[in-house]
Design a protein around this ligand. Structure first.
Ligand code: ZN
Length: 133
Protein backbone atom coordinates (compact mmCIF):
# COMPACT_ATOMS: atom_id res chain seq x y z
CA UNK A 1 0.00 0.00 0.00
CA UNK A 2 1.25 3.45 -0.96
CA UNK A 3 1.95 6.01 1.74
CA UNK A 4 -0.18 9.11 1.68
CA UNK A 5 2.40 11.91 1.84
CA UNK A 6 2.10 14.23 4.83
CA UNK A 7 2.52 17.12 2.39
CA UNK A 8 -1.14 16.50 1.41
CA UNK A 9 -2.08 18.20 4.69
CA UNK A 10 -2.42 21.90 3.91
CA UNK A 11 -3.84 22.82 7.32
CA UNK A 12 -5.66 21.43 10.35
CA UNK A 13 -8.84 22.21 12.19
CA UNK A 14 -9.54 21.70 15.85
CA UNK A 15 -13.27 21.76 16.56
CA UNK A 16 -14.02 22.53 20.20
CA UNK A 17 -17.44 21.16 21.18
CA UNK A 18 -19.65 22.20 24.07
CA UNK A 19 -23.03 21.32 25.49
CA UNK A 20 -24.84 23.25 28.21
CA UNK A 21 -23.96 26.50 30.00
CA UNK A 22 -21.02 25.19 31.99
CA UNK A 23 -19.22 23.73 28.97
CA UNK A 24 -20.10 26.78 26.89
CA UNK A 25 -18.40 29.04 29.45
CA UNK A 26 -15.35 26.77 29.51
CA UNK A 27 -15.24 26.71 25.70
CA UNK A 28 -15.31 30.51 25.49
CA UNK A 29 -12.55 30.81 28.07
CA UNK A 30 -10.49 28.22 26.20
CA UNK A 31 -11.06 30.14 22.95
CA UNK A 32 -9.63 33.26 24.56
CA UNK A 33 -6.62 31.38 25.92
CA UNK A 34 -5.93 29.82 22.51
CA UNK A 35 -6.17 33.19 20.78
CA UNK A 36 -3.62 34.70 23.15
CA UNK A 37 -1.10 31.89 22.80
CA UNK A 38 -1.16 30.62 19.23
CA UNK A 39 -1.07 31.91 15.65
CA UNK A 40 -4.39 30.38 14.66
CA UNK A 41 -7.59 31.53 13.00
CA UNK A 42 -10.46 31.40 15.47
CA UNK A 43 -13.81 30.62 13.88
CA UNK A 44 -16.99 32.07 15.23
CA UNK A 45 -18.96 30.29 17.90
CA UNK A 46 -21.80 28.16 16.49
CA UNK A 47 -24.53 27.91 19.12
CA UNK A 48 -26.28 25.16 17.13
CA UNK A 49 -24.86 22.04 15.49
CA UNK A 50 -23.76 22.85 11.93
CA UNK A 51 -22.64 20.71 8.99
CA UNK A 52 -21.03 17.44 10.08
CA UNK A 53 -20.73 18.59 13.71
CA UNK A 54 -23.13 17.00 16.19
CA UNK A 55 -22.89 19.68 18.89
CA UNK A 56 -22.38 23.42 19.17
CA UNK A 57 -18.72 24.24 18.60
CA UNK A 58 -16.18 26.60 17.15
CA UNK A 59 -13.35 25.91 14.78
CA UNK A 60 -9.67 26.68 15.24
CA UNK A 61 -7.73 26.58 11.95
CA UNK A 62 -3.96 26.29 11.98
CA UNK A 63 -0.97 25.55 9.80
CA UNK A 64 1.02 22.31 9.95
CA UNK A 65 3.93 24.15 11.66
CA UNK A 66 1.65 25.01 14.58
CA UNK A 67 0.53 21.43 15.24
CA UNK A 68 3.47 20.39 17.43
CA UNK A 69 2.98 23.25 19.86
CA UNK A 70 -0.78 23.69 19.78
CA UNK A 71 -2.16 20.13 19.89
CA UNK A 72 -0.09 18.99 22.92
CA UNK A 73 -1.13 22.18 24.72
CA UNK A 74 -4.76 21.40 23.87
CA UNK A 75 -4.36 17.84 25.21
CA UNK A 76 -3.40 19.25 28.59
CA UNK A 77 -5.63 22.31 28.66
CA UNK A 78 -8.91 21.40 26.96
CA UNK A 79 -10.85 21.85 30.21
CA UNK A 80 -12.66 18.54 29.81
CA UNK A 81 -14.14 19.54 26.46
CA UNK A 82 -14.41 17.23 23.49
CA UNK A 83 -12.15 18.20 20.58
CA UNK A 84 -11.94 16.89 17.03
CA UNK A 85 -8.60 17.52 15.31
CA UNK A 86 -8.65 16.77 11.61
CA UNK A 87 -6.27 17.38 8.71
CA UNK A 88 -7.35 19.30 5.63
CA UNK A 89 -6.32 17.45 2.52
CA UNK A 90 -8.47 17.40 -0.57
CA UNK A 91 -10.54 14.51 0.80
CA UNK A 92 -12.93 15.96 3.34
CA UNK A 93 -14.68 12.68 4.14
CA UNK A 94 -11.49 10.84 5.08
CA UNK A 95 -10.22 13.95 6.86
CA UNK A 96 -13.18 13.83 9.25
CA UNK A 97 -13.98 10.12 9.49
CA UNK A 98 -10.76 8.18 9.00
CA UNK A 99 -7.74 10.41 9.59
CA UNK A 100 -8.93 12.53 12.48
CA UNK A 101 -8.12 12.34 16.16
CA UNK A 102 -10.38 13.01 19.14
CA UNK A 103 -9.54 14.41 22.54
CA UNK A 104 -12.12 13.20 25.05
CA UNK A 105 -15.38 11.76 23.85
CA UNK A 106 -15.79 10.52 20.27
CA UNK A 107 -18.85 12.12 18.65
CA UNK A 108 -20.60 11.08 15.46
CA UNK A 109 -19.82 12.92 12.22
CA UNK A 110 -23.16 13.84 10.66
CA UNK A 111 -24.07 13.88 6.96
CA UNK A 112 -20.67 12.35 6.09
CA UNK A 113 -22.01 11.52 2.64
CA UNK A 114 -22.01 15.26 1.88
CA UNK A 115 -18.26 15.54 2.47
CA UNK A 116 -16.04 15.22 -0.59
CA UNK A 117 -14.85 11.64 -0.95
CA UNK A 118 -12.25 12.08 -3.66
CA UNK A 119 -9.83 14.83 -4.55
CA UNK A 120 -11.86 17.97 -4.73
CA UNK A 121 -10.05 20.62 -6.81
CA UNK A 122 -11.98 23.41 -5.09
CA UNK A 123 -10.76 22.41 -1.64
CA UNK A 124 -7.18 22.17 -2.89
CA UNK A 125 -7.08 25.83 -3.90
CA UNK A 126 -8.29 27.12 -0.56
CA UNK A 127 -5.66 26.76 2.16
CA UNK A 128 -8.50 26.68 4.67
CA UNK A 129 -6.80 28.44 7.53
CA UNK A 130 -9.15 31.39 7.39
CA UNK A 131 -11.93 32.13 9.82
CA UNK A 132 -15.01 30.05 9.07
CA UNK A 133 -18.05 31.91 7.74
ZN1 ZN B 1 -13.16 21.28 10.17
Amino acid sequence: MMDIPVSKIVSYHAHIYFQGDEQRAAALLLRERIGKRFAVALGRVHEQPIGPHARPMYQVAFNPETFASFVPWLMLNRMGLTVLVHPNTSRARDDHLVNSLWLGEVLPILHAEELAEADDPASRIVPNTGVAP
